[in-house]
Design a protein around this ligand. Structure first.
Ligand code: SF4
Length: 122
């Protein structure tokens, strides 16, 4: 094998490895579950969850804005507002994501959640 061919093979293997890693990381994220979702029941022993719940209560966070509106306990600011289209939200897994305002460890909020600080993502 020539030196040129060896370098070419090494480059191809390197590109293949990079592509494979990006591909499988993407699949893992897409299939991810909300394992770090905020637990509003208070049963969680995670100290970050306790801090997140305290913050969430201050922001009048609800886990499901549709249910809260239907129950008459919350009023929306806009017709479709929810965490999923809030500028403070970054999706991390299917159905949930990080909120800048409820940011304690790995705790996430519901994509269909809502709080009084909702601001439309632009
Ligand atoms: S600031 Fe936005 S993302 Fe965070 S809880 Fe409130 S509505 Fe949801």
């Amino acid at each position: 094998m020539t030196r040129r061919k060896l370098l070419k093979n090494m480059l191809q293997l390197s590109l293949l490895a990079s592509f494979s890693q990006a591909f499988f990381t993407g699949i893992a994220k897409a299939a991810g579950k909300c394992s770090t979702l905020i637990d509003l029941t208070g049963k969680s022993k995670d100290p970050n969850n306790a801090k997140a719940v305290a913050q969430a209560k201050g922001l009048q966070y609800v886990a499901d804005i549709d249910k809260a509106v239907k129950a008459g306990t919350t009023k929306r600011k806009d017709k479709d507002d929810k965490c999923g289209n809030c500028q403070f939200f970054t999706k991390t897994a299917e159905g949930c994501g990080k909120c800048i305002l409820i940011n304690f460890g790995e705790i996430t909020v519901n994509e269909n959640g809502w709080c009084i600080s909702w601001t439309r993502k632009i």
